[in-house]
Design a protein around this ligand. Structure first.
Ligand code: GLU
Length: 388
């Protein structure tokens, strides 16, 4: 059957595919260890669930504004002002079906055929596909482990052409977990302003920081960069709300109005009662975030030490998110062969680095329980040793 050309060039999401496969194998009774999708294993905190249940009871089951519930837009704007020092009002915010939807909408609203979008690699696998779906051209700038997998201002400057429209900035990073320092954020902001391009700041992992790492929103660095920034985030990672599908986009009013128009003809409002859960997440106690973070910090250390003790694997220490991105180069396998064989022989699910533009690495999420981590790492070690 003939399909539209725009879908012909899109690669299906490997994170979702491998995660679904791992979950299905587990449901069939296979003794699985999954480090695939970045999905916290904790239940959504009780007060958030209760707020959504109450909203259901109160009949908040009807259509709402495509832009999102006014109270939630306001609460998001307040959060962005207080925590991120971004001077957004409710009119600068649109509620979306998760962080992925925010980014997709943004590409639809801003990118045209011929436009270039600069994406440092390793990158989250959906960025280039979204750019292609919008008709734009992803321009991939490779970064290496010895530079902390961070793009330098010079690299960014060199990648900019008259066609450059947007730079995708993701800190803390998925898949590497690296966090740009405040000075590095400022230096990147300078290049964006000098060249008069836009930046989308994907800040979905902003609350997941370790060892004193600091998150600075690039849009807060100064008024000139603020005008050129669109901030994307969501509730999934910090509040363990992956299945709720609630995210947001904040930026110049023109971008937000266009996104609302797009949603008005595509998704309409995000699930109404779920938005009341998100409101409770922002307005309620924040201890739950700290508790989950503490657990992630412990798991990160255990997993990192274990991986670095396996001959043939090496992993830099990440300061944020909940991923490790070790090199498997010394095993002589490419990332897809490595991941497929590991799944088949040891029932351990990881994401091949090739999905993120780095075929010498694999990604492991440590947002899972300690038993799975211990068992999975033991199997991983066995697998790597069997290849030595
Ligand atoms: N963002 C998460 C990940 O990278 C969830 C899966 C996805 O949406 O790609 O694992």
């Amino acid at each position: 059957m003939k399909l539209a050309a725009r879908v012909g060039q899109v690669t299906p999401s490997l994170t979702l595919a491998i995660d679904s496969k791992a979950k299905a194998m587990k449901a069939e009774g296979v003794d699985m260890c999954s480090f695939s999708a970045g999905e916290p294993d904790f239940p959504t905190p009780a007060h958030i669930r209760a707020a959504a249940e109450q909203a259901l009871e109160q009949g908040k089951t009807r259509y709402g504004p495509a832009a999102g519930e006014p109270k939630l837009r306001e609460a998001i704007a307040q959060k962005l002002q207080k925590e991120n020092l971004l001077c957004y009002g409710a009119e600068n915010v649109v509620v979306t079906n998760g962080g992925k939807h925010s980014l997709f909408n943004l590409m639809m609203v801003m990118i045209e055929p011929g436009d270039e979008v600069i994406i440092p690699s390793p990158y989250w696998l959906s960025y280039p596909e979204m750019v292609k779906l919008a008709g734009g051209t992803p321009v991939i700038v490779p970064t290496a482990a010895d530079s902390g997998y961070k793009i330098t201002p010079d690299q960014l400057r060199q990648a900019i052409t008259p066609q450059t429209r947007l730079f995708v900035f993701n800190s803390p990073s998925n898949p590497t977990g690296m966090v740009y320092t405040p000075a590095e954020v400022r230096a990147i902001a300078d290049v964006i302003v000098e060249n008069d391009i836009f930046v989308v700041a994907d800040e979905i992992y902003e609350k997941l920081l370790y060892d004193g790492a600091e998150h600075v929103s690039i849009g807060a660095v100064g008024p000139e960069i603020f005008d050129r920034t669109i901030t994307s985030s969501g509730f999934a990672k910090a509040y363990s709300m992956t299945g709720w599908r609630i995210g947001f986009l904040a930026g110049p009013v023109e971008v937000i109005r266009a996104t609302i128009a797009l949603q008005g003809h595509s998704t309409s409002n995000v699930c109404t009662f779920a938005q009341y859960g998100a409101l409770a997440a922002l307005e309620g106690p924040q201890d739950c975030v700290g508790e989950m973070l503490q657990a992630f910090a412990q798991r990160r250390q255990v997993m990192l030490d274990a991986i670095n003790s396996i001959p043939g694997l090496s992993c830099p220490k990440p300061d944020g998110a909940f991923y490790l991105f070790p090199s498997i180069e010394k095993t002589g396998l490419n990332s897809l062969d490595f991941s497929n064989a590991l799944l088949e022989e040891q029932q351990v699910a990881v994401i091949p680095g090739v999905a993120f533009g780095a075929d010498t690495c694999i990604r492991l999420s440590y947002a899972t329980d300690m038993d799975t981590i211990n068992k999975g790492i033991e199997r991983l070690e066995k697998f790597v040793r069997s290849r030595a």
